[in-house]
Design a protein around this ligand. Structure first.
Ligand code: NDP
Ligand code: MG
Length: 400
């Protein structure tokens, strides 16, 4: 396939943080599609040393960052004798995100662990292709301040936010009335609510439409992912919680919508494939020709919509509550959720206890209305402790 006419003469130099994960590996797939258009400067990983070493050998970045102690030693030793500089930890991530040789930072670390490097990239005035929604959930006001002070750019990777971003192109911001985030509804949309306490991790990891990392897959099953995305949309598009709706759309073909003041609604559609929004974030404002699967309209049997069940999926109303509370509440909600998901995956918390643990942390931990980064990091740690220790009162499982 000939290179697209609009591929730039100078390659865009990428720092891919979280390169070993689902978004990270798909970003590298895009780089493989356009080898002359991108240069990989930085790769990072946490525990998956083997994959990171293989990626480093294939893409020859100048820097590799490892955040897990044991994996760091393995990667450093494996890459000794090459020109690649191997650095360690959160400080390593922040330094790599701000390197003068980096044009675009792909923020694809999972969880609040991605927050500091997003801030560091924006403080260095970089363009950030943002998958790590937790950075905005936890520290939206600090991200906003860093953007305003240092002239960086934030481009969404999350499919719903990429859809909204695409719908907003060429539209006056004041004309926006509502944002409508679509949700697949996850694997338990049709499951009787009284059986939710029996849900096993392997059932929750089986998403009907998307193949993603474990944490976001569980978040999709609880609808916390949609709650986090409401918060992400608030900061990306400057729209308050009362103007952001969630609608369940099981086919995941409409990726999200915007309604304007004149009553018109725009939507962005496509097959559920994260490579499309990843590529758009890397090539924006251009669109480069690529062989991603197209929608086959003859095979689209229907587009269905229904309201989310806020009683069965208690994480969604909790996220709206945290967003309305503001201050440290979103950081507390996010940290408690990360711990609750890990406990559920480890088999020590029931599916139905996830919102209970998060609600308990939200009630227990308060803080300043305009928290500093230190305040947020401190409340994050407190919320993790509370969520780890809280044991909800159990009712026996029913067999009916
Ligand atoms: P994965 O779990 O697949 O990958 C996460 C990445 O982060 C891996 O590279 C992992 O390293 C690294 N990582 C894990 N823990 C830490 C840590 N403590 N410090 C530094 N790095 C760490 O996640 P996804 O790719 O699915 O998701 C990444 C982000 O993108 C999340 O915020 C998610 O919400 C968002 N997102 C994901 C989508 C998807 O389709 N997957 C869609 C939309 C948004 P290692 O594997 O080496 O341990
Ligand atoms: Mg999404």
């Amino acid at each position: 396939m000939p290179p697209p006419a609009d591929v730039p003469d100078e390659p865009r130099r990428l720092a891919i943080l979280g390169a070993t994960g689902s978004i990270g590996t798909q970003t590298l797939d895009i780089v493989r599609l356009f080898p002359d258009a991108f240069e990989v400067e930085v790769l990072s990983g946490h525990r998956n040393a083997e994959r990171l070493i293989a990626q480093a050998r294939a893409f020859e970045p100048t820097h590799v960052v490892v955040t897990d102690d044991a994996a760091y030693v393995t990667v450093r030793d494996a890459l000794a004798g090459t020109a690649i500089q191997v650095t360690y930890g959160q400080d390593g991530l922040c330094e790599a995100a701000a390197l003068p040789t980096v044009d675009v930072v792909v923020a694809a670390v999972v969880g609040a662990a991605g927050m500091r490097s997003v801030l560091a990239a924006l403080e260095a005035g970089k363009t950030v292709a943002l998958a790590n929604k937790e950075a905005l959930v936890v520290a939206g006001h600090l991200v906003e301040a860093a953007l305003a002070a240092h002239g960086g750019t934030l481009i969404p990777v999350d499919s719903e936010h990429s859809a909204i971003f695409q719908c907003l192109q060429g539209e006056p911001p004041a004309a926006v009335e509502r944002l409508i985030l679509t949700a697949s509804g996850g694997p338990f949309r049709m499951r009787p609510r009284h059986t939710f306490a029996d849900i096993k991790p392997e059932e929750a990891l089986n998403h009907p439409n998307w193949s993603m990392g474990a944490k976001i897959t569980i978040d999709s099953a609880t609808l916390m992912n949609k709650g986090l995305e409401v918060m992400e949309a608030r900061w990306l598009f400057g729209v308050g919680p009362d103007a952001i709706d969630v609608v369940v759309h099981p086919q995941s073909i409409i990726h999200s919508m915007v309604t304007f003041h004149d009553g018109s609604t725009k939507a962005q559609l496509g097959v559920p494939d994260m490579k499309v929004p990843i590529q758009y974030a890397l090539t924006y404002p251009e669109r480069w020709e690529a062989p991603h699967e197209r929608l086959d309209w003859g095979q689209v049997a229907g587009l269905d919509f229904e309201p989310p069940d806020r009683e069965a999926f208690g994480c969604l109303p909790l996220a709206y509550e945290a967003l309305r509370l503001g201050g440290v509440a979103p950081a507390v909600l996010n940290a408690a959720n990360e711990v609750a998901v890990a406990r559920f995956l480890a088999g020590t918390l029931r599916f139905t206890e996830i919102p209970e643990v998060i609600g308990y942390a939200l009630k227990t931990i308060t803080g300043p209305a305009q928290p500093s980064l230190e305040n947020l990091i401190e409340r994050d740690s407190m919320a993790r402790r509370v969520a780890q220790e809280h044991q909800p009162r159990r009712v026996p499982l029913t067999n009916c």
